[in-house]
Design a protein around this ligand. Structure first.
Ligand code: ZN
Length: 190
C-alpha cells in the first residue's frame, strides 16, 4: 500500500504544507542567537529519484537580518532527511518495500526508486544501525510501550501510527523530523 505514495502529488503537497507550518513557527520565534528578524533564505535542492517533481524544490530556511549576526535558522522538515539528495518519503518507502513481504522484489525496487542496489543497502543500514544507535533514537524509542524491533524498521515504526498509508508515513516523517536539523543525517549512509 505504501508503493502507491511514490510520485503521488497529493502527499507531496501535503508534506510541503507541513514544512511551511514548521517554518512559520521558527520565523515567529526570530533569530535563535539575537532574536532579530528572520528573512527567508531557502536552499535550492534537486532531489534525485524524483523526476516527477515539477520545477525547483526548496528546503525552507531563514537567515537573521541583523548585520553582524546573519545566523541561519533551518526548521525541521518532513520532506528532506538531512542534506542528502533523496526525499524522506523515498527513503521511507524504499525502506518498507525492501523489507520483504511487500511483494516487491529487489530488482523491481531498484527500478521503482531509481537507485542502485548499493544505495538501497546503505539505506537499510541507516534504518537498522545508524538510526537506532543515535541519541535521538535512544530518547525517542521510550515513547512506545512495546519496544520497536530495529531489524524490522521502518515497518515496525509505521505500524505504530494510526490511519492509512499516507497518515502513517506522514506521522513517521514527523517523528523523525528532529533529525533533519542535526548531523546524524550528514553521515555517508545517504
Ligand atoms: Zn541574529
Amino acid at each position: 500500500m505504501y508503493q502507491r505514495l511514490l510520485g503521488h502529488e497529493r502527499i507531496r503537497k501535503f508534506l510541503l504544507r507541513c514544512d511551511h507550518e514548521l517554518a512559520e513557527e521558527i520565523r515567529r520565534e526570530g533569530c535563535p542567537r539575537c532574536s532579530g528578524r528572520l528573512h527567508q533564505a531557502n536552499y535550492l535542492r534537486k532531489p534525485r529519484g524524483d523526476d516527477s517533481a515539477p520545477g525547483p524544490v526548496f528546503r525552507l530556511s531563514f537567515c537573521c537580518g541583523v548585520e553582524g549576526c546573519r545566523k541561519r535558522a533551518t526548521p525541521r522538515s518532513l520532506r528532506f532527511l538531512g542534506r542528502k539528495v533523496y526525499l524522506g518519503l523515498t527513503v521511507v518507502i524504499a525502506g518498507v518495500l525492501g523489507q520483504g513481504g511487500s511483494g516487491v522484489g529487489a530488482g523491481q525496487l531498484q527500478k521503482l526508486i531509481g537507485v542502485s542496489r548499493r544505495t538501497l543497502r546503505r539505506w537499510r543500514g541507516w534504518w537498522t544501525t545508524l538510526l537506532v544507535e543515535s541519541r535521538f533514537w535512544q530518547a525517542a524509542r521510550g515513547r512506545f510501550q512495546t519496544p520497536i524491533s530495529a531489524a524490522d524498521l521502518p515497518r515496525d515504526l509505521l505500524d505504530r501510527f494510526p490511519g492509512n498509508a499516507r497518515d502513517r508515513v506522514t506521522a513517521l516523517l514527523r517523528f523523525l523530523s528532529p533529525l533533519t536539523t542535526n548531523s546524524l543525517l550528514e553521515s555517508p549512509a545517504f
